[in-house]
Write a protein that binds this ligand. Structure first.
Ligand code: HEC
Ligand code: HEC
Ligand code: HEC
Ligand code: HEC
Ligand code: HEC
Ligand code: HEC
Ligand code: HEC
Ligand code: HEC
Length: 402
């Protein structure tokens, strides 16, 4: 007699059997089973009607030669990508659930350093579940997902900041500590600015690779387009193997100040140029010209502030002076050409504005001076009238008392 396959019963038994299976892995980095009620509820797969057996009784999870190929069992780490890919790389199957869901994760993964090493038998690299978990899998947009932008760095560092785990590979393990000290991390974590990059923004999530020789500038330029445009016009463009990272670094990127250009200790240019070569001379000049405009702006601002303090209307000049600040900002971007003449173009536009607003401020102060002087004439006239009145009244009083 044929017994009709009872899916519910099967999965119930599966769950029971599975919970009796001792923890499978010796893998430090795999997720121990800990299906909390919240995880179970959040799990995208259970929302779509999948259950334990969907994954644990899948053919993909076991070796094809295994007699127990169709029965439930633990999932070997070596089979995880294949299991997840059995649906996620199957466009026809995924379309039934969500037509807009991408199905390129597995093929992309196979081109990544993770995927390539995995194909060569290295199971220490990240597999799907290292980044997504195996149970309680949430959409990437869920703030509790390990691949939500705010959590990605923590997910990657579980391996990449673990010196023991990574020892065999001879690559650095400082990316996380450096990144968490960067402007990018600050923008993202402190200000919640999800447009700032995290690990997967620069490296890709499934195609995780170090950005290659030409790709570095490309990665940065997806967001910093103007700097990239000017860098392309610089004498450095074809010389810097690490592109933008040559000066800014890749992980510990800091907010640069005007001291970052020039030849003083810590300046980007000083690490390659001598004070007397063309590059060094340009560096010093650009630094000085930036400082000069900044100084002039501060001076003009002080003049306008004084005029305003004395009640003169200098609001137009004050607004205009702000655009001199914009010129300074522009110059800090165009300095990526490393061409003094190009930077001076921006700075000179600023200087003109500064000169104009300083003139306006000085004129306002002179006007005030003038008005103060002008005030003496009516004041002395009034004083003379008052004095003669006093004299006149005294005279009247004296006459009356007689
Ligand atoms: C989306 C596929 C999927 C579903 C659904 C699923 N599992 Fe798993 N499970 C895995 C994978 C993959 C592993 C292997 C461990 C890993 O890679 O983290 C695993 C591991 C396990 C383990 C071994 C724990 C360990 O630390 O290795 C148990 C027990 C288990 N699952 C039970 C269950 C039960 C019970 C359910 C249903 C409530 C379930 N699983 C649903 C994919 C799934
Ligand atoms: C190194 C970490 C990492 C690995 C390994 C990884 N992923 Fe992802 N995955 C991410 C990140 C980060 C995101 C979110 C950003 C994005 O969509 O690219 C993501 C997003 C996804 C999404 C949602 C995509 C969408 O369009 O909304 C799916 C589905 C997915 N991954 C499946 C997989 C599968 C299947 C594997 C294994 C073949 C895998 N991932 C391996 C990090 C990883
Ligand atoms: C039986 C088919 C199947 C298997 C096996 C499977 N998935 Fe899924 N997965 C789905 C479906 C269907 C969805 C929901 C798509 C939707 O409606 O948005 C989904 C959703 C997801 C999402 C959420 C995507 C998003 O951002 O919205 C992630 C992440 C994900 N799966 C990862 C995995 C991982 C990792 C594995 C392996 C442990 C796995 N899946 C195994 C079918 C499967
Ligand atoms: C389960 C551990 C693990 C996790 C999690 C993990 N990786 Fe990896 N990753 C490795 C291993 C191991 C290598 C191989 C190192 C090598 O050969 O240089 C590697 C290689 C890389 C490389 C290539 C390095 C090189 O120059 O060879 C990049 C880039 C990378 N991972 C980025 C990421 C990012 C980004 C994340 C998170 C989204 C991540 N990894 C998550 C283990 C992991
Ligand atoms: C702003 C872009 C950016 C971000 C964000 C970023 N990286 Fe990188 N990463 C790079 C660049 C560029 C390189 C290649 C140049 C270099 O080695 O410094 C690189 C190199 C690497 C390498 C290879 C190192 C080696 O020694 O070969 C690994 C591994 C890596 N990054 C992991 C990470 C991890 C993990 C994170 C998150 C904590 C991260 N990266 C965040 C841009 C980035
Ligand atoms: C995904 C977009 C994105 C990518 C990719 C990116 N950045 Fe950024 N970057 C930002 C955001 C957002 C900020 C924060 C701006 C702020 O603080 O207002 C920022 C800030 C900076 C700053 C500091 C600016 C300042 O005024 O303090 C520097 C320098 C910088 N990035 C350089 C780089 C370099 C070099 C790369 C490539 C290795 C890179 N960025 C890749 C988005 C990006
Ligand atoms: C030759 C060294 C050098 C290279 C290469 C370089 N930068 Fe810069 N970058 C600087 C200096 C110096 C500053 C500081 C400007 C200032 O504040 O005076 C700066 C400032 C910045 C800023 C902040 C701008 C601001 O408004 O203060 C960003 C963002 C930036 N660079 C991105 C990039 C990107 C993207 C690339 C690659 C396309 C790149 N840089 C390549 C030297 C460099
Ligand atoms: C990683 C090394 C390195 C750094 C950092 C660097 N340069 Fe250069 N620079 C070079 C090399 C190499 C050349 C081409 C050879 C030469 O002319 O000295 C060059 C050329 C130049 C030139 C053209 C010189 C000429 O002869 O026409 C200028 C100008 C210049 N750099 C300015 C700067 C400025 C400004 C900075 C800092 C913001 C800077 N460089 C940072 C390596 C560097």
């Amino acid at each position: 007699m044929r017994v009709k396959f009872n899916f519910r019963l099967a999965s119930f038994i599966t769950a029971l059997v599975l919970s009796a299976i001792p923890r499978v892995s010796a893998e430090v980095h795999s997720n121990p089973l800990n299906i909390s009620a919240a995880d179970a509820k959040a799990d995208v797969h259970s929302h779509k009607g999948m259950n334990c057996a969907t994954c644990h009784a899948s053919r993909e999870t076991q070796s094809p030669k295994s007699a127990a190929a169709t029965s439930a069992g633990p999932i070997r780490r070596e089979k995880v990508n294949q299991l997840c890919g059995s649906c996620h790389a199957d466009a026809v199957r995924m379309k039934q659930f969500n037509p807009s869901m991408r199905t390129d994760q597995l093929p992309k993964y196979q081109t990544s350093v993770h995927g390539i090493k995995f194909a060569h038998g290295d199971s220490k690299v990240a597999v799907c579940t290292d980044c997504h978990g195996a149970h309680g899998i949430r959409p990437a947009s869920d703030p509790l997902s390990p691949v939500h932008p705010l959590n990605v760095a923590t997910t990657c560092q579980r391996c990449h900041a673990d010196a023991d785990y990574m020892k065999a590979y001879g690559i650095k393990t400082d990316q996380f500590s450096e990144y968490t000290n960067s402007v990018h991390h600050k923008a993202m974590k402190d200000r919640g600015d999800l447009s700032a990059p995290t690990c997967s923004t620069c490296h890709g999530s499934h195609g995780a690779v170090p950005p290659g020789v030409n790709a570095v500038a490309n990665v940065c330029s997806t967001c910093h387009m103007m700097q990239a445009k000017f860098f392309d016009q610089s004498p450095h463009k074809d010389l810097f193997a690490d592109g933008c990272a040559t000066c800014h670094g890749s992980h510990a990127i800091k907010h640069p100040t005007d001291d970052f250009i020039g030849m003083s200790a810590g300046a980007a240019c000083a690490s390659c140029h001598g004070a007397d070569d063309e590059g060094g001379k340009a560096a010093t000049a650009i630094h000085q010209h930036l400082a000069a405009l900044e100084n002039d702006i501060a001076h003009s601002k002080a003049v306008l502030d004084r005029a305003e303090h004395f009640g003169m209307d200098v609001s137009d000049a004050q607004v205009e002076l702000k655009s001199a600040g914009d010129a300074l900002t522009k110059a800090r971007v165009s300095l990526h050409t490393a061409q003094l003449s190009r930077v001076d173009e921006d700075l000179q536009a600023g200087s003109k504005i500064v000169a104009k607003s300083r003139t306006a401020g000085e004129a306002a102060l002179a006007e005030r001076q003038h008005r103060r002087r002008g005030l003496w004439i009516p004041l002395s006239a009034i004083l003379a009238v008052v004095l003669s009145l006093v004299v006149y009244i005294r005279e009247m009083e004296r006459n009356g008392s007689r």
